[in-house]
Design a protein around this ligand. Structure first.
Ligand code: PMM
Length: 263
C-alpha cells in the first residue's frame, strides 16, 4: 500500500503575532497523534516553503526541528526532515532522522547532496526551479510531466554522482513549486512520466492552493483535507509510493478504500 507521510510543522504559529513558536511538546504530541492515525513517516519541517515565504536562519531552523526529531525518532518512528539546508540535514540525521526531504532536489544548498551521501540517509528530491519568493516567474513548460521528469532525472544523476545509492533516492514532482494551477493538474495527469524514472515517487498535494481553485475560495481546511484524500488516492493509483499529507486519518481511510477496490 502507498505509504503516508504525516506533516509535522515546527514553524511559528501563523495566527500569532510576535515570535510565539510552536513548542516542541505540541509538535511531538502532534507527531504521535499522526503516527497513531497511521503515518508511516513523520516529516518534520522548521521552515515554510510556501509561495512568498521568507527564509529562516539555519540556527533557528535547527532549534525548531532537532528536539522534535530526537523525541519522535526515540519512539522508533521513521522520521524525515523537510529542509533546504545541508547543515540542518546533517543535524537531523544525527538526531535520528532517516530521510532528508529537500524540495529543491539539492539545488538550494550546494553542499546538500555530499552531506546526505556522508550520512547514509535516504533523500527525497523535489522538482524545483527556484526560491518560493519568485518561483511563478519560472512556471513555463511545454509538456509539464515530461519536463519535470527530465529535470528530476538530472537531480537523481547528481545525487548518485555525489555517492547516494540509487535505492536511497526518492523523487517528488513538486506540486505547487514553480507551477500554475493548470500545470499542477497537468503534472498529476502525467505522473507516469515521473514514475517511469524508476525511483520511489512521493507526491504532496495537501491543502495546496490548486485544490482550493477546484473547490471554490470558501473551501475550509476540512474540505481541503477531503480533496487531499482524493488526490492522494489518485496519485496512489498512478503509481505514487508515498503521499505527504496533513490529515493522516482521512488519507489512510481513502487509501484503505482504494485497497479494497483493487482487491
Ligand atoms: N510541499 C511543501 C513542503 N514540503 N515536501 C515534499 N517532498 N513535497 C511537497 O510537495 C512539499 C514538501 C509545501 O507545503 P506545506 O507548506 O503545506 O508543507
Amino acid at each position: 500500500m502507498t505509504a503516508i507521510w504525516g506533516i509535522v510543522n515546527a514553524t511559528p504559529d501563523s495566527f500569532s503575532d510576535g515570535g510565539r513558536y510552536a513548542d516542541p511538546d505540541s509538535a511531538v504530541a502532534h507527531g504521535l497523534l499522526l503516527r497513531a492515525q497511521g503515518a508511516d513517516v513523520l516529516d518534520i519541517g522548521g521552515e515554510s516553503t510556501r509561495p512568498g515565504a521568507e527564509r529562516v536562519p539555519v540556527a533557528e531552523e535547527q532549534r525548531r526541528v532537532v528536539p522534535v526529531i530526537e523525541r519522535l525518532a526515540a519512539e522508533g518512528i521513521p522520521v524525515s526532515v523537510d529542509t533546504l539546508n545541508a547543515s540542518t540535514a546533517v543535524a537531523a540525521v544525527r538526531a535520528g532522522a532517516r530521510i532528508v526531504n529537500d524540495v529543491s532536489g539539492g539545488l538550494a544548498d550546494p553542499d546538500m547532496l555530499d552531506a546526505v551521501a556522508a550520512t547514509g540517509a535516504d533523500i527525497a528530491l523535489g522538482h524545483w526551479r527556484g526560491p518560493s519568493s519568485d518561483m511563478y516567474a519560472r512556471a513555463e513548460y511545454g509538456r509539464v510531466g515530461r519536463e519535470v521528469a527530465a529535470e528530476l532525472r538530472e537531480r537523481v544523476a547528481a545525487a548518485a554522482a555525489a555517492g547516494i545509492a540509487p535505492s536511497r533516492i526518492i523523487v517528488d514532482p513538486g506540486v505547487g513549486f514553480a507551477k500554475t494551477v493548470a500545470q499542477n493538474w497537468e503534472l498529476l495527469r502525467e505522473l507516469s512520466d515521473v514514475v517511469a524514472l524508476g525511483s520511489r515517487v512521493l507526491v504532496g498535494t495537501s491543502r495546496k492552493r490548486f485544490l482550493v481553485e477546484a473547490l471554490g475560495d470558501d473551501a475550509d481546511e476540512r474540505r481541503r483535507d477531503l480533496a487531499t484524500a482524493v488526490t492522494s488516492v489518485l496519485a496512489a493509483r498512478a503509481g505514487a509510493w508515498a503521499v505527504r499529507v496533513h490529515d493522516v486519518a482521512a488519507t489512510r481511510d481513502a487509501l484503505a478504500v482504494l485497497g479494497a477496490w483493487d482487491g
